[in-house]
Design a protein around this ligand. Sequence first.
Ligand SMILES: [Zn+2]
Length: 408
Amino acid sequence: MVTIDEERFRESFESYSRIGATENGGLHRLTLTEADKRVRDAFVEDLAELGLEVRVDRIGNIFGRREGTDLDADPVLIGSHLDSQPYGGRFDGQLGVLAALETLRALEDEGVEPNRPIEIVNWTNEEGSRFPNALLGSSVFSGGTELETALSLTDGEGTTVRDALSAIGYDGDHPVEPFDIHAHLELHIEQGPYLEEHGNSLGIVEGVYGMSWLRATITGESDHAGPTPMHTRSDAMAAAADAVSEINRLPNRLSADAVSTVGEFSIAPGSINVVPDTAEFTVDVRSYDDAVVAEAVERVHEEIEHACSRHATSAEVEALWNIESTAFDPEIRDVLEGVADDRGIAYERMPSGAAHDATRINEIAPTAMLFAPSVDGRTHNEDEFTEWEDCVVTAGCYAEAVHQLASE
Ligand SMILES: [Zn+2]
């Protein structure tokens, strides 16, 4: 059995949290910025101290390899991401990278040399807040996104990923290509309220929700807000408002886990005394059950149609993106459950409503995830918090599970 050093784990967490720290106890460490460079430097230094062979690939993913006793065995891949949301929290991503680092340190302490190598990774641009594509480094690695496409993405100021990587010295020369992986395990905070509500310290993630993104454009007619009677209007805004409130009621009618969100909304011409002729909004629907997502998409179309007919307008609805739910590897989940049982830790099997780098790696290798509870389910803000005891419990299970997977 591998035992993590709680004190050292906490010291690392606190020292990494100072890099890009905000006044209110959060983290502002957008990908490929100066703060990201400093945390990457700290990470590379820590890997070197462990005697790991460090590689940086062309999208800036950082890998460190600890050899096993069998030189031909496929490695176990562990890690997460060190970038944050703007004025985000200290736990999202960082906790997973530091649990992976602590796992390697604990193995080293105890002189444990499993037969399989272990590769630790920090993925580039998981958050997708400075550059548009979330899960960028893991998507290029898994083959879902072309390297050239990724390098050419620009931030709000027109800086490309390529230039941002070279500005901080992390434009590595290692090719971005998947290697054979025996198992991949990522620890992350839940970012939702379920573990806390049920009083569990540990979530064993069964898979990730499927989701569909849509964009609706409602077209009416602009008219003067004074002389045009209500019954002769084709008000695009009124139709959209109707549709949006129905879309928000949909999940309740479909399934307990379904969620729907209208996250972008705009109207035109946008004048106080003009009836709007155009309304445009996006819809994000999710559930762990792909049939529920499909049903939700159908109902979104219907609700928009009904709202349009009530307001003498018309609509076009465009499908932007669809991803089916993913199930993680049942054998790795069994290992995780065995570890939790051995330690007498109450856990909960649960799906993840959010996508993670592990979602991408699951496309090319057996993968699973562990969740630590998020207090009040709050995340992507400075109040994001996980009780330290829960971090320790989750990281302890993580380290032991990695040890067992590397010994298979
Ligand atoms: Zn994250």
